[in-house]
Ligand binder design. Structure first.
Ligand code: HEM
Length: 84
């Protein structure tokens, strides 16, 4: 089920135990099941848990990687925090 979460809610899932969510271009990916098979290593993914990793992602990957893995890993999109 696709969720719509604020950056703050995503930040609550910063560890493998809580799902290891990362943000890439406003989409949220749940990495806990993938972290041990990530070709770039588990450590680098754990470092960006709960955060926006768009910049790091696009440095090392291309669109094809997202097309392949999004169906399995994407859990939702980021919604703006309410502005007061
Ligand atoms: C949805 C999230 C991600 C997926 C599905 C993913 C998947 C992959 C795959 C399939 C590779 C193998 C190389 C390739 O096919 O291009 C790879 C390599 C790599 N990934 Fe990721 N990755 C993700 C996120 C990240 C993030 C957020 C970082 C950095 C913080 C990262 C860092 C790396 C590095 C450093 C490599 C090795 C590049 C190299 O050896 O040249 N990845 N990743």
């Amino acid at each position: 089920m696709a969720e719509s979460l604020t950056p703050k809610q995503v930040a609550e899932h910063s560890t493998v135990e809580t799902g290891l969510y990362i943000i890439i271009d406003n989409n949220i990916y749940q990495m806990d099941s993938f972290v041990e098979e990530h070709p770039g290593g588990a450590k680098i993914l754990k470092r960006v848990g709960g955060k926006d990793a768009s910049k790091q992602f696009w440095k090392y990957h291309n669109e094809g990687v997202l097309n392949k893995y999004a169906p399995k890993l994407k859990v939702g999109t980021v919604k703006e925090e309410a502005k007061l």
